[in-house]
Design a protein around this ligand. Structure first.
Ligand code: 2NL
Length: 311
């Protein structure tokens, strides 16, 4: 083309190019809008449809109780910690001030598994303490954790099942003391059992992993054969606790001259039975659908046990 022809053709081609671009952009926009409308139509949920939660599944009382516990402690600043159900001898016993010949080991009715490759014993954890041991070994204080989960002991009668649930808590800082322990557990028990003036009584006790140690009772009444929680003069044991033993801190890599803290443990079935009036422990694990429909919770039920803290 001559330079003049080239100029005219170039201009015409540029116009054509921008027309094509506009057409493509316009078409793309229409296609996108169409795809979005189609996606929305497919994903549409009719929230006005009735939910039949009587025929469907239910939340097991243990799951509900764990969710409630976690919510209450989370509002107090605790973090959820979990660990394996198969544990080593060190994490389950030795680190908790129970050396191989310690008499307390026999009381645990431990399920032993085949030993690990290095010959050390492997067990089904007899409490959730090894979760705290793992946390202390892997993180620096301050520590504030709550560890709910399955635990195992070779025991089966009216009040024992070989698998049961426990929740333990651990707080480690430079100046954590028994006053903090008392306040924390009082707040928890009142929020969990929903009794504002629930009294707590701390009785001296013994655990190899805490010093001093205490067992905690909550106020109750047994008048007329009916158990009621509150300030009625009678007492019911509910949990164990204490200041973490310096030997436990040292075995878990924490300087016991700089740090101290408290720990506590309780049985989840026990507090669930108390709160929800479930009379027989063994029914928890029978998978009886009538029992589950009666004591189970709707998936629409949110644990609503906040402490009402505004912080
Ligand atoms: C109970 C008593 C308790 C603990 C558990 C604990 C854990 C670590 C260090 C020190 Cl890692 N203590 N746990 C302490 C006192 C009592 O449980 O009656 N449980 C059902």
């Amino acid at each position: 083309m001559s330079p003049d022809e080239r100029k005219a053709a170039g201009q015409a081609l540029n116009v054509l190019k921008s027309e094509i671009e506009t057409a493509i952009t316009g078409r793309l926009e229409i296609l996108k809008r169409g795809a979005r409308a189609e996606k929305l139509a497919v994903e549409r949920i009719d929230v006005t449809l009735p939910v039949d939660d009587d025929e469907g599944g239910h939340i097991h009382p243990i799951s509900q109780t764990i969710e409630e516990l976690v919510q209450i402690f989370a509002e107090m600043g605790f973090t959820l910690a979990e660990g394996p159900e198969i544990e080593g001898d060190f994490n389950n016993f030795t680190a908790l001030n129970m050396p191989p010949d310690h008499p307390a080991r026999q009381m645990h009715d431990t399920f032993y598994l085949s030993p690990a490759a290095d010959g050390s014993a492997r067990v089904l954890r007899t409490h959730t303490s090894p979760v705290q041991v793992r946390t202390m070994l892997s993180t620096k204080p301050p520590i504030r954790i709550i560890a709910p989960g399955r635990t195992y002991r070779s025991d089966y009668d009216m009040t024992h099942t070989p698998m049961f649930h426990q929740v333990e808590g651990l707080v480690i800082d430079e100046a954590t003391h028994m006053g903090h322990l008392r306040g924390c557990l009082t707040e928890f028990c009142r929020a969990f059992f929903q009794v504002d003036d629930l009294p707590l009584r701390f009785r001296p006790s013994f655990f190899p992993f805490t010093e001093p140690s205490a067992e905690v009772d909550i106020g109750c009444s047994r008048k007329g054969g009916e158990l009621k929680l509150g300030n009625y003069g009678d007492w019911l044991e509910i949990l164990g606790c204490g200041m973490v033993h310096p030997k436990v801190l040292e075995m878990c890599g924490i300087d016991s001259t700089k740090y101290q803290g408290f720990a506590f443990g309780m049985g989840i079935e026990r507090i669930a039975m108390l709160k929800y009036g479930i009379p027989d422990l063994r029914t928890f694990f029978e998978s009886d659908l009538r029992w589950l429909r009666h004591y189970g919770f709707s998936f629409l039920d949110q644990p609503s046990l906040g402490l009402g803290l505004t912080r």
